[in-house]
Design a protein around this ligand. Structure first.
Ligand code: GLU
Length: 377
């Protein structure tokens, strides 16, 4: 098996299923018109990939930008949430038509999936989306996915399609993700700064990588920015999925990528599959459990999280919620689904199991977070 590479993402043997995320700036020109020729050439490239046996899922932005132009809304439809939601409603119907036409011209059938963050944070709905993607791919269709911006609000929103693409890649069981926008990749500084260099390969997303991505929001009409792209790379990487940031502004961006090999490749870092991969990629933590050093050592050797090792409980959460595990020095250790509410966690923290029944007034569970329901980050 070859090690991951940019060209390997377009090789059907190495990557049998690829998610291609397309930023708004590639779909919509500055004047608000759809870039139909670009979409048509890309649809042709997707058809070529399909002929080699590679399955493709498209995650397409552009609804808000397209809709804003049609409704004459200021700031590209992003002045406030109500504008963005109205723009998305108008733009999405146009976007779906554009993809459906472009793909049909190359003999492909488009399928639209509009998802909210909640659809992927809830395990049952996530599995349902996953099954639908699988069935569509088996039937030969090209799923075209976007966030359901017209109904998703506030904190229950992805807000960027980069992380959505990483989550879709998990749900679809993809081997790779291409984040295509109008930047070449991750730079060591702001791309316009002298001396800033393109980072060709990232083997581990650490503090230095986050610092390079921080604030470098150079995308024009989209919201993605580099920080969201790096967050997407982390989600994908933990699930064993290779991710690349590449510039898609040229006509025929896939062919160009094979020639230029220019972009930033994020090597997969983990092997989490199934439920663990889903957990690692979840977004909305409801609170935190602060664990002592002994407890963290036990977690690292594969144990469950026990009440005895908890020194502090933060936030307000219910049984079954997603909760962060932190060290006493505030370092992030992991996250998982908690067996007790925040109040009950406070009642039993620091106590050995034998005392839980008296503290809770009912038969206790043996763990606060079971090893199968937590991931270390
Ligand atoms: N879902 C948004 C749209 O279709 C785009 C989000 C993003 O820019 O990443 O307009």
């Amino acid at each position: 098996m070859n090690s991951p590479s940019l060209a390997g993402l377009l090789d059907s043997v190495q990557t049998s299923l690829l998610v291609i995320k397309i930023g708004s700036s590639l779909i919509v020109g500055k004047e608000g018109a759809a870039r139909k020729n670009w979409m048509d050439v890309l649809a042709g490239e997707v058809a070529d990939q399909r002929r080699t046996g590679q399955r493709i899922v498209i995650v397409s932005s552009g609804a808000i930008a397209l809709g804003a132009a049609r409704l004459n809304l200021p700031h590209g439809g992003r002045a406030n949430l109500a504008d963005a939601q109205a723009a998305a409603a108008v733009g999405q119907i146009a976007l779906a038509g554009l993809w459906s036409d472009a793909l049909a011209r190359h003999g492909l059938t488009a399928a639209q999936l509009l998802l909210t963050l909640d659809d992927l944070e809830d395990r049952r709905r996530y599995l349902n989306a996953s099954a639908t993607l699988q069935r569509l791919l088996d039937a030969g269709a090209v799923p075209v996915v976007n966030e359901n911006d017209s109904v998703a609000t506030g904190e229950i929103r992805f807000g960027d399609n980069d992380r959505l693409a990483a989550r879709i890649a998990q749900a679809a069981g993809a081997g790779g993700v291409l984040l295509m926008s109008d930047v070449d990749g991750l730079y060591t500084g702001h791309p316009h700064d002298e001396g800033a260099e393109l980072v060709p390969v990232v083997t581990a997303v650490n503090g230095a990588i986050h610092a390079m991505a921080g604030g470098a929001d150079v995308a024009g009409v989209g919201t993605g920015g580099m920080a969201a792209k790096v967050a997407a790379a982390e989600i994908a990487g933990r699930a064993g999925i290779t991710l690349a940031i590449v510039n898609g502004t040229y006509a025929g961006p896939l062919g160009r990528l094979v020639m230029s090999k220019r972009g930033t490749l994020f090597m997969p870092s983990g092997k989490d599959r199934g439920r663990k991969a889903w957990l690692g990629g979840r977004k909305a933590d409801r609170g935190a459990l602060v664990a002592d050093a002994g407890c963290i050592a036990a977690l690292r050797s594969g144990a469950s999280l026990l009440a005895a090792g908890i020194v502090e409980v933060e936030g307000d959460f219910s049984r079954g919620d997603l909760v962060t595990i932190r060290a006493e020095d505030a370092g992030l250790i992991g996250r998982g689904l908690v067996e007790y509410s925040a109040d009950d966690c406070r009642r039993i923290m620091g106590m050995p199991l034998a005392q839980h029944e008296a503290a809770l007034g009912h038969m206790p569970r043996s763990t606060v977070m079971h090893r199968d329901s937590l991931v270390l980050l």
